[in-house]
Design a protein around this ligand. Structure first.
Ligand SMILES: [Ca+2]
Length: 240
């Protein structure tokens, strides 16, 4: 994991900077969140605990391939022991609405092809990867069932449900230009939060393993260039 992170950082920081016609992109995200922790099966995705999620972003193109993206994501993570034969007797369940703010560096592998021919825009389909840093606010509601008297559960209850954690989003996707301005994409990203408390269960679950969550979904973006004084003068000169 550390090597992957290091590799991505090197990749993002050693690219060359080139001009791009539209520097900004604004867009919407829609998809689902799921989580890995003490109340779900240890699979990449527990399809019984998918929850609708949505968000928005504003992206600034540093170069043809690299962008800096401000991202807002709202969703929910849930888990229920009833989904597991091994844990059904424990009968814990939880639901935690979440709000995530992050800044992400995005590297688009074929972004340079968009303006490769004589500076004219070309429609491009390109995979991309991203790595970021942010903060997630969780507000879990936990039900410890009929076992709420054990010392571990009391420890978890006393720790309180609300938690705000640093989050590291890391993921990949693919995007396709619909036109010079419009672009659609699909992406998946894990969120590492370095905490075992996002489901409200630590001491009464497996305290040796942290929780994490993921978002998968579609996005649609609109690329644009803010009107600068030079651009206005250029347009006026063309009109005259
Ligand atoms: Ca946990």
């Amino acid at each position: 994991m550390k090597q992957l992170l290091l590799g991505l950082v090197l990749l993002l920081t050693t690219i060359q900077i080139h001009a791009q016609s539209h520097k900004w992109e604004i867009g919407l995200l829609m998809g689902a969140t799921t989580y890995q922790g003490d109340l779900v099966e240890p699979n990449l995705y527990d399809f019984k605990e998918l929850n609708f999620a949505y968000g928005g972003f504003l992206k600034w193109a540093i170069s043809d391939r690299v962008s800096l993206r401000g991202n807002l994501l709202r969703g929910k993570i849930t888990g229920d022991d009833i989904n597991s034969d091994a844990r059904a007797d424990r009968s814990f369940n939880f639901s935690a609405p979440l709000t995530e703010f992050s800044a992400q560096m995005e590297y688009e592998f074929f972004g340079h092809r968009r303006t490769a021919e004589y500076g004219m825009h070309q429609k491009v389909v390109s995979p991309y990867v991203f790595l970021g840093l942010g903060m997630t606010i969780f507000d879990p509601e936990i039900n410890f069932g009929s076992n709420a008297n054990s010392s571990q559960i009391r420890e978890d209850i006393n720790a309180g449900p609300h938690c705000t954690r640093a989050a590291v989003p890391i993921g990949l996707g693919v995007k396709a230009d619909l036109s010079e301005n419009w672009v659609i994409g699909a992406e998946w990203g894990a969120r590492y939060v370095f905490s075992d408390r996002i489901d409200g269960v630590n001491a009464s679950g497996n305290p040796d393993k942290n929780d994490w969550y993921a978002f998968a979904g579609l996005n649609i973006g609109y690329r644009f260039s803010p009107k600068t004084k030079e651009k206005e003068e250029e347009e006026q000169a063309k009109e005259n």
